[in-house]
Design a protein around this ligand. Structure first.
Ligand code: GLA
Length: 723
């Protein structure tokens, strides 16, 4: 009885509430809020764009607190929990006002809230992008109370979703097996996705989720919500399902072991959560994030085409020397590449980086390996018409380094504890909460750039997590700030680097794809998808990573066969065709190519640069056949914005007798346009039956075509051009 009465009461309040509605809209979506003074901020709708909020209320949609705080209605999941200056742990926020401004390509809404009794101010902000269907939300929490307060929970965003047959998509993994896609229905209880890593927050669980509201996730159909945290530290996504009508999603910094103190007058701004909504399934949400990221600096320099490169790692590992590097430069120059990157192994004098157990922290060239230092390499590349790049791992040291000898107090560890070591049995994390360490890390990049103004690219690695908690720098009271202050320190360093070197191309690497995160991508041009370069595994890794990240941010390299991680033998064409759906590169010894392979690679690189790159790197992605469906096939297509040109990819990664043959349907085309199909990277003799033929977009999407992919590791790349 009581429950029914309350439900009726809240709905009748909702029906009366139009006067204080705030319509937060992107071109195709709306988040409807209600900000009545003296009441909590409410959310009543998130979905396709509405112009008449009344219909939302007339249809009985949602009526949930938009930023629920702990202390009243304690049975429900919260986003904020505060211990006030006098020890009171309850918070009751009410709206005191709100405003709206236009800020470039976005509309910014700020709702001012205050505790009913305490001088705790919370500004809840929403940014509705006008060039992509993404709405970001974050808060600024200000302590105007008499003494310090403690934030026990300070999440960034809350989103209620109506119950039904709702499915969650999320990604988990480990080194060389990152981002394995899991899809499951939301049931009673809690689903938690959390990062505990401290440094590289995507190493195990990715900080991105999708929710398919109309049942099992589909690529190009169904109402779908995306949620992404713009934070590179520990985070927590919690979906709580217990009410009969809603799932409640809370996303934010993981509050565990991270109580955060605010002095009187101090503020804390939470990182943003970016929500996306589409009626075009997971693919629609992906395209919204890709656009948002490229157009709004969420990936650094997101509208630029990336250069084709050779990285030295799998070619020589740490056996770096002048002659070897120049040989590799000759190799990539000959194939038509544009950039050469020298990976790990180039530094250390007292402790030399001949193995992975020493020298991190000592960023001086090993002159036994490279007598003329980095400048000679930059010049050698330039003489060949190439750009030059270099590997660093600036947040780390080995305990066998001159840096550690001089500053043992700079590593993450409580002074009363012994730090637990990582890679090589000697690796340690530098304590970026310490401003001196921040200066040191900035100085590594600055020093390289001062010495080599023409250095084009940096691969910024991060191969260890925070596994011995504590800081010599933070005060006893503020030890619980470490996870957060480490990331804020990293952000300060990256901001300084970007202010001074906006054009430097920087790759985010963290033992492969351990730092794939919108927390750092505004400072990085791309990320290394994985240390696993096996083309079959890459189909899966790249498929899942593409759910949230645009192709020009995904570094994808052709490597040797047999593959160094899995031992699998895969033809060069398949390896190129798999790597070509992102920023194409190579990671092997070009000199080991046979004459036929060399000839194929030269053509494939030219085709990539001329035809594939502009469409893949800046176009719209439509994923079609998922490798996760385990049919043995996978396919996807990229289309330019005008839908006049596209590139389609199909792969066969398993082969058995009497294997069902799929019909390949295209997606995202203009149904009324006619396209000519041309095969790219063809190796087989003769011509395919569809080569040079014309098809309407409608036919290709509705009926599709048959493709003969041959046996295992067959692949086909098709260019589509509108007549
Ligand atoms: C990490 C990276 C690799 C390579 C090595 C170098 O594992 O992910 O790509 O750079 O470090 O030590």
């Amino acid at each position: 009885m009581k429950k029914t009465f309350l439900f009726a009461l809240t709905l009748s309040m909702a029906l009366m509430a139009h006067a204080d509605d705030i319509t937060v809209s992107t071109p195709n979506t709306t988040l409807l809020l209600n900000a009545q003074t003296g009441q909590p901020l409410r959310v009543s709708y998130y979905g396709s764009r509405v112009t008449r909020p009344a219909e939302v209320y007339d249809a009985y949609s949602l009526w949930e607190e938009a930023y629920p705080a702990f202390g009243r209605g304690c049975l429900d999941i919260t986003a904020l929990s505060v211990k006030h200056f006098d020890g009171n742990m309850s918070t009751e926020l009410e709206v005191t006002g709100h405003e709206q401004t236009v800020d470039g390509n976005s509309h910014l809404f700020t709702i001012h809230m205050k505790d009913k009794v305490y001088d705790l101010n919370v500004d809840v902000c929403y940014r509705a992008w006008q060039n992509a269907d993404v709405i970001e939300t974050w808060q600024t929490i200000t302590n105007n109370e008499k003494k310090p307060i403690t934030l026990l929970q300070y999440a960034s965003g809350f989103m209620p979703m109506r119950r039904g047959n709702v499915w969650a998509s999320h990604m988990h993994g480990t080194w060389a097996g990152e981002a394995e896609l899991t899809e499951e229905p939301l049931n009673e209880g809690q689903l938690v996705v959390q990062a505990l890593n401290g440094t590289r927050n995507a190493f195990n669980n990715r900080g991105e989720m999708m929710f398919s509201l109309d049942g099992r996730p589909e690529e190009n159909r169904g109402r779908t919500i995306g949620a992404v945290i713009e934070w590179s530290g520990n985070y927590k996504f919690r979906v709580d399902t217990r009410s009969e009508s809603v799932h409640r999603l809370v996303v934010g910094i993981d509050e565990e072991h991270s109580a955060y103190h605010l002095a009187k007058g101090q503020s804390f701004t939470t990182p943003a959560v970016a929500f996306a909504y589409s009626t075009e399934g997971k693919g629609g949400v992906s395209r919204a994030y890709h656009r948002w990221a490229r157009l709004n600096g969420k990936v650094h320099n997101g509208q630029a085409l990336r250069k084709m490169l050779l990285n030295s790692w799998e070619g020589v590992y740490m056996n770096v020397n002048q002659q070897g590097m120049e040989e590799m430069m000759d190799g990539i120059k000959d194939l038509g590449g544009e950039l050469f990157v020298m990976d790990d192994g180039w530094f250390g004098t007292k402790y030399r980086r001949t193995e992975d157990d020493k020298a991190l922290g000592d960023w001086k060239t090993d002159t036994l390996k490279l007598p003329q230092g980095v400048p000679a390499l930059v010049k050698a590349a330039k003489d060949r018409g190439l750009k030059f790049g270099i590997w660093i791992e600036p947040e780390m040291c080995n305990n066998r380094s001159e840096l550690y000898d001089a500053h043992p107090e700079w590593v993450v560890c409580h002074p009363k504890r012994q730090p637990q070591t990582g890679r090589g049995g000697t690796q340690l994390v530098l304590d970026l909460s310490n401003p001196k360490v921040q200066d040191f890390v900035f100085g590594i990049v600055d020093g390289l750039m001062q010495e080599n103004p023409e250095l084009y690219y940096i691969k910024w690695d991060c191969n260890m997590d925070i596994n011995t908690f504590g800081s010599s720098y933070l005060t006893a009271d503020n030890q619980s700030h470490l996870y957060v202050d480490y990331q804020l320190g990293l952000r300060k360093v990256l901001e300084r680097i970007r202010a001074k070197y906006p054009d430097l191309v920087i790759q985010a690497c963290a033992s492969g794809g351990g730092r794939v995160s919108y927390g750092v991508m505004p400072y990085f041009d791309e990320f290394w998808v994985s240390d696993n370069t096996d083309a079959v595994q890459r189909l899966f890794l790249q498929w899942s990573s593409s759910h949230f990240y645009p192709a020009n941010a995904m570094a994808q390299h052709v490597s040797a066969s047999p593959n160094h991680q899995t031992g699998r033998v895969i033809p060069l064409k398949f390896r190129f065709d798999v790597a070509s759906t992102g920023r194409l590169g190579m990671e092997m010894q070009p000199k080991h190519f046979s004459p036929q392979e060399r000839e194929f690679a030269i053509k494939a690189i030219q085709t990539y640069k001329d035809v594939i790159r502009p469409i893949v790197q800046l176009g719209d992605l439509y994923r079609i056949l998922s490798p996760y469906d385990h049919t043995g096939y996978s396919s996807q297509v990229y289309i330019n914005e005008q839908k006049t040109e596209g590139v389609f990819f199909a792969y066969k990664y398993i082969h058995y007798i009497n294997m069902p043959k799929p019909r390949f349907h295209f997606a995202g085309l203009n149904p009324n346009a006619t396209y000519t199909l041309t095969e790219l990277n063809r190796q087989a003799q003769g011509r395919a039956h569809w080569e040079g033929k014309q098809f309407t977009g409608k036919f290709l999407m509705d009926d599709g075509i048959e493709l003969d992919l041959g046996g295992q590791y067959g692949s086909i790349v098709i260019s589509l051009r509108q007549q």
